[in-house]
Write a protein that binds this ligand. Structure first.
Ligand SMILES: CC(C)(COP(=O)(O)OP(=O)(O)OC[C@H]1O[C@@H](n2cnc3c(N)ncnc32)[C@H](O)[C@@H]1OP(=O)(O)O)[C@@H](O)C(=O)NCCC(=O)NCCS
Length: 151
């Protein structure tokens, strides 16, 4: 018989569209997680104000548990393009990112695409494990990126 995983490795949450009064919290999460993760970018590269601008044109989904936002995804529907996917630091590795991306796949009209910085090995492994393949590559401010798409 398989041992039950410890309680800290399971998490119950729901995915839904962000409410208007939650967008500021989503923007703060974007800034916090982005700046903590993208150490190869300039300091304070991620700004909440940028997310607020994206949110005007994109659909924002949240993963929520006990009235707390654990992760966010923004989808630019005309291109089925996942612009932002950020899971708060203590909630990473518990299935939140996976649930958000699969929710976006159901919401989108076509196959999902997204951009990843090449130094973001963890995110790259996450997307490749979920069937995303490299389609294009480029460079921005000296940092290589890849455009990934899932059929
Ligand atoms: C990349 C990210 C969205 C993944 O979301 P997540 O909720 O942490 O991931 P999940 O728990 O759903 O999925 C786990 C998978 O991610 C990877 N992963 C998640 N946590 C990890 C950890 N602590 N260490 C190593 N790999 C990890 C594993 O490859 C794992 O794959 P598997 O399910 O095939 O074993 C999330 O870690 C994140 O927000 N990172 C910082 C911001 C970022 O880089 N966003 C992407 C920009 S393109």
């Amino acid at each position: 018989m398989r041992a039950k995983p410890p309680a800290c490795q399971t998490l119950s949450f729901s995915i839904r569209q962000a409410r208007g009064d939650e967008i500021n919290s989503c923007a703060a999460l974007y800034e916090r997680v982005g700046n903590a993760t993208f150490t190869w970018r300039l300091k304070n590269w991620f700004k909440a104000a940028d997310f607020l601008r994206f949110a005007k044109e994109e659909s924002v989904f949240v993963a929520e548990a006990n009235a707390q936002i654990l992760g966010i995804l923004s989808l630019y529907r005309p291109e089925s393009f996942v612009h932002c996917l950020y899971v708060d630091l203590p909630a990473q590795g518990l299935g939140v990112g996976n649930a958000l991306i699969e929710h976006a796949a159901k919401e989108a009209r076509g196959p999902l695409s997204l951009k990843v910085d090449e130094p973001n090995k963890r995110a790259m492994a996450f997307y490749e494990a979920r069937g995303f393949k490299r389609r294009e590559s480029g460079e921005d401010h000296g940092i290589k990126w890849a455009l990934l798409k899932r059929a």
